[in-house]
Design a binder for this molecule. Structure first.
Ligand code: FAD
Length: 383
């Protein structure tokens, strides 16, 4: 049984306090812009990048503390939680894991100060789930390289200062490079608006200059390392899903206790009580799964393994889709109205079944892992 340190309890309660006092009034309204002002406030309080080294402006802590933040903030304002984990566990995390000291100094310090937004650019029109089919190509050019290709569906691409780009390398292995969006040859072609109202951008790269120092992953084992790093994204996204489920659950509890039909509170109908029991069971299981996966990885000082992180991501996605749907059902027509928090959450959670690996691809990964290696005994699962 893991017990929280005093510092971890303080992080959780401070994040919850800030979210309640500062973020709650505008929660569920971040349809068409990221909650930049909330991120700036958290950065001022040194609460962005808790898992990065202190020398880079981080908290010198781990991904576990980031998950505590995601839960505390996301239960009140899911979009702010997502902005926190985008900075801690997705694109910048790849730079922090694999980049040179000078690259980290340049990029991560800005991220923890809330001054640089970095998006991850993997998908291409012909390469969604099939990431090995990407056509973006890096070629040698004097002392450095040139990058040509296109990327699509990039979250917060509209406001991104930099991109962590998956590409094919001159030796035809897969790798990762960092480019800035204001560089010559980088063009934001189209901004799409998804169902949750977020902008997703299509970029093209035409012979964009990439110095050697900005090639962060290369070599024969590069692709394997890139996939392993993605497991942090899966855990962060899973925790975000659990936070959304908690948010919807709280809304449903509050509503059910005050709405009366047939002369009594609807929370007294057994048909609804069992919904609350099922929702609570799913949330608790999902939450335990994510925290166990993250704690094990932190203790082992390496990214989570593919089986644990894929199960956590898939289960948490199913939990949040189910809980938001049931919470809306409990609200009846009141929950089905535009502008209601559940209307927003309903649109938001649907994308979680597609982003960062579809349900089907996560099932493929889980099946690959258990058919290759069997389902491990508990001591092995903790590796
Ligand atoms: C909200 C959101 C945010 C996103 N943000 C980003 C981002 O920031 N950066 C980025 O690079 N990308 C981003 N994406 C893109 C995302 O990574 C892709 O949408 C995802 O990888 C799936 O690719 P696709 O949409 O092309 O679907 P496809 O790969 O074309 O799949 C279509 C359908 O076929 C199924 N399918 C495909 N292959 C298999 C298979 N082998 N077995 C079984 N079923 C299969 C899929 O599961 C899916 O149901 C985002 C997407 C969404 C929805």
């Amino acid at each position: 049984m893991y017990s929280l340190t005093d510092e971890q309890r303080l992080i959780f309660s401070e994040c919850r306090r800030i979210a309640t006092e500062e973020f709650a009034p505008r929660a569920f309204t971040w349809d068409d812009e990221p909650p930049t002002e909330n991120v700036e406030l958290l950065a001022d309080l040194e609460l962005v990048g808790l898992n990065y080294p202190i020398e880079l402006g981080g908290g010198g802590l781990s991904e576990f503390e980031v998950c505590l933040q995601i839960e505390a903030i996301g239960r009140i304002c899911p979009d702010t939680a997502q902005s926190v984990y985008r900075r801690s566990m997705i694109a910048p995390r790849v730079i922090e894991m694999f980049g040179s000291e000078s690259l980290k100094e340049e990029y991560i310090t800005d991220v923890t100060a809330g001054e640089r937004s970095i998006s991850v650019a993997i998908s291409e029109p012909q390469a969604g789930s099939d990431v090995q089919n990407i056509g973006t190509q890096l070629v040698e050019d004097g002392d450095g390289y040139l990058l040509t290709g296109e990327k699509t569906w990039i979250t917060q691409g509209e406001s991104a200062d930099s991109l962590v780009v998956w590409t094919r390398l001159p030796d035809s292995n897969m790798g990762v490079v960092v480019v800035d969006t204001d560089q010559a040859g980088v063009a934001r072609e189209t901004d799409y608006t998804n169902m949750a109202g977020d902008t997703q951008t299509h970029f093209t790269f035409s012979e964009v200059s990439v110095p050697e120092s900005h090639v962060v992953v290369s070599g024969k084992s590069g692709f394997k390392r890139m996939l392993r790093a993605l497991n942090w994204e899966r855990c962060a996204s899973a925790m975000g899903c659990i936070a959304i489920a908690l948010c919807a659950f709280d809304t449903a509890v509050e509503y059910a206790k005050t709405r009366e039909q047939f002369g009594q509170s609807i929370s007294e109908f057994q048909g609804l009580r069992w919904k609350f029991a099922d929702m609570a069971m799913q949330i608790q299981l999902g939450r335990t799964m994510v925290y166990n996966t993250v704690i094990t990885a932190v203790e082992n000082e390496c990214p989570p393994n593919r089986l644990q992180s894929s199960i956590a991501a898939l289960y948490a996605t199913e939990v949040c889709n189910n809980v938001v749907d049931e919470a809306l059902q409990i609200h009846g027509a009141n929950g089905y109205q535009q502008g209601h928090p559940l209307e927003y959450l309903y649109r938001l959670v649907r994308g979680k079944r597609i982003a960062a690996g579809t349900d089907e691809m996560l099932r493929n990964t889980i099946a690959d892992a258990v058919l290759d290696e069997g389902l491990a005994d508990l001591p092995d699962l903790m590796n």
